[in-house]
Design a protein around this ligand. Structure first.
Ligand code: DC
Length: 229
């Protein structure tokens, strides 16, 4: 079977990271979480006072990009790759609601996108990857052999996100999380730079009522179809 690029794009909290990780593990591919890269840039901006709730210091952020080293290193216990920022494991730090909010604002900046897209294209040079994000099938790898666009209703996505946050010890409310999901959908799909949209050759997966096992089966079927072609 040939090695391919699998592009998984979709709405926030649609479960695309979980399914992309499961798929990569099942087929021995490398999983790359592009959202974690925007989150890592946001984390760096927060730590270094380059942004606050209202403004982003674009000039300083642009200069800081060269100092931001983002890596995905395997966790020795689970084997799963986690996000490291300048030599520090930030896998859980980048998942809080403040970083999420800033990441979505930072993701509207063209200079940040161009910087991260170049890194992402380099990571996929040898194929054999499952990459998830918002612009994988449209901008990063427009000729990916398999493109999937994932969605679920905002209410279902908010419930899933709330469960994740609660499991991590957070105390967010459903209303706050739903508002954040809707706000991020709006920002992701209306921004001028690489807005979230389904590529014309992407397969649509609405997983509102699908189990994790059902999604995995659906994905594997499409993976074999694409890799055997
Ligand atoms: O998938 P996520 O929620 O971890 O992504 C974090 C933010 O980054 C989110 O607001 C969307 C944005 N993003 C993006 O614009 N392009 C990507 N390829 C991945 C994420």
């Amino acid at each position: 079977m040939k090695k391919i690029i699998i592009a998984i794009d979709g709405h926030s909290s649609s479960g695309k990271s979980t399914m992309a990780k499961d798929l990569a593990e099942a087929i021995g591919y490398t999983y790359i979480d592009t959202g974690a890269m925007y989150r890592a840039v946001a984390c760096h901006a927060m730590k270094n006072d380059l942004a606050n709730e209202d403004t982003i210091n674009e000039e300083k952020l642009r200069a800081a990009l060269a100092d931001i080293c983002i890596e995905f290193r395997p966790n020795p216990g689970t084997g799963r790759r986690e996000t490291w920022l300048n030599g520090i494991n930030v896998e859980s730090a980048i998942r809080n609601i403040e970083v999420s909010s800033l990441a979505s604002r930072i993701a509207t900046l063209g200079f940040v996108r161009r910087h991260l897209v170049a890194m992402q294209q380099e990571m996929g040079r040898d194929k054999g990857i499952v990459m998830d994000g918002r612009d994988v099938g449209t901008v990063i790898f427009p000729s990916a052999e398999l493109k999937i666009f994932v969605t679920a209703s905002p209410e279902i996505r908010a419930r899933r996100r709330l469960e994740e946050l609660t499991a991590q010890g957070g105390n967010a409310t459903y209303e706050a999380v739903l508002a954040d999901v809707n706000r991020r959908d709006r920002l992701d799909s209306t921004r001028a730079e690489s807005p979230l949209r389904q590529a014309s050759d992407a397969l649509l997966l609405d997983n509102s009522t699908m189990s994790r096992a059902e999604q995995q089966k659906w994905l594997l079927t499409h993976y074999y179809n694409a890799a055997l072609q």
